[in-house]
Design a protein around this ligand. Structure first.
Ligand SMILES: C[S@@+](CC[C@H](N)C(=O)[O-])C[C@H]1O[C@@H](n2cnc3c(N)ncnc32)[C@H](O)[C@@H]1O
Length: 345
């Protein structure tokens, strides 16, 4: 079963996603730099395999590319090969919170906030945390570029995009969760862990950009979350309930040393910027939605309406919850032949 990245579901309810095509924010060159082991990560995979008591991957090693930490082929990989299997038992979900904390915040906040709290608790435990080798590998504050971290003048640049409003909504959602957790802890006279609003925003953004929703609910999947995104890759994180693991099958051949990329979802640049803090240069999922008014007195009214209905494009999967006006259509910004397709296919 395919899994999907989480924040999208929430953001999709916030409003129409207009393309961010006017502001291209890919700070990195897509070409890969020399691969080397990332700081702090040398012992990561052996630790995870010990914890899982099984092989996670014999095909991948951790290195760095212009996309940050990345996974690379350690040998020839053939299309169709299983390159990674992460058992459910080494994935982190809200169930890993201590029962008394889980009970306290049960109805107060959603899974993103619960996982964020778990990260903050484990981080405070330092080397005493059973997840230390993973938690200590996660990006530090200042290392994420999602729009929630943008200052006012940066946000002003994207005012015409729906990402602007979605960013504001996301911030207020995080603030609401923060206050809810703090108030629960205060009224129960429990000081589970001391953290600031800034810590909490960082932790929520970490979860939003590297957790998957699956059969076990929202889960951080160590090692799988070191894989970077390529919108045209067919490789996705899948759940296998029989084998009790998440796995990834290679969608093409890889030579040793090549970076292995997966698709997080069929996301526009607006979504990528909001939830993951990057955009890609030619995003085949970028769309603008054009609303089109056909006045009743227009002599071509019937013909135009008929064309509109014939070519009406249903909203993408991740925007199903939105009601699209019928007098609108999508334009894909980038097409493989470089042209514009007015019916959005
Ligand atoms: C699931 S993590 C992937 C591993 C990450 N590079 C790391 O250092 O841990 C997702 C983050 O990786 C980065 N990323 C993934 N794909 C990217 C891409 N195509 N271009 C630029 N950054 C990317 C973004 O910072 C994103 O929020």
């Amino acid at each position: 079963m395919p899994m999907s990245m989480p924040l999208r579901a929430r953001a999709a309810t916030a409003g129409l996603l207009w393309s961010l095509h006017t502001v291209h924010l890919n700070f990195h060159s897509p070409s890969l730099s020399k691969t080397q082991f990332s700081r702090n990560c040398d012992h990561f995979l052996p630790w995870l395999e010990r914890k899982a008591t099984s092989r996670i991957s014999s095909s991948l090693f951790i290195g760095e590319s212009s996309f940050g930490r990345s996974l690379f082929a350690s040998k020839i990989i053939r299309s169709g090969e299983c390159i990674l299997q992460v058992p459910y038992r080494v994935q982190i979900t809200a169930d890993n919170l201590l029962p008394e904390i889980r009970y306290l915040i049960a109805e107060q906040v959603g899974n993103i906030a619960k996982l964020a709290l778990l990260i903050l608790i484990e981080k405070k435990l330092g080397q005493g945390s059973e997840w230390y080798p993973y938690i200590s590998c996660l990006p530090q504050q200042g290392g994420l570029h999602n729009t929630v971290f943008w200052n006012e003048s940066e946000l002003e640049m994207i005012h015409p995009s729906s990402v602007y409003q979605e960013t504001i909504d996301q911030k207020s959602h995080i603030e609401k969760d923060f206050l809810a957790i703090k108030s629960v802890f205060e009224s129960s006279h429990q000081c589970v862990v001391d953290f600031t609003y800034k810590d909490f925003v960082h932790a929520c953004t970490l979860v939003g950009s590297r957790a998957w929703g699956g059969t076990k609910g929202l889960a951080l999947i160590p090692f799988a979350d070191f894989l970077n995104h390529d919108g045209v890759s067919e490789a996705i994180v899948m759940s296998d309930d029989d084998k009790q693991c998440s796995e990834i099958i290679a969608d093409r051949d890889y030579a040793p040393g090549e970076q292995v990329l997966i698709r997080y979802g069929k996301f526009s640049n607006a979504t990528l910027m909001l939830d993951f803090g990057f955009t890609i240069p030619y995003n085949i999922y970028d769309q603008v939605r054009i609303q089109f008014h056909i006045p009743k007195h227009d002599p071509l009214h019937d013909m135009k309406s008929e064309i509109m209905h014939r070519y009406f494009v249903p909203p993408p999967e991740d925007m199903k919850s939105l009601t699209y006006p019928l007098n609108s259509f999508s334009i894909n910004i980038w097409l493989s032949d470089g042209g514009c397709d007015p019916i959005g296919r």
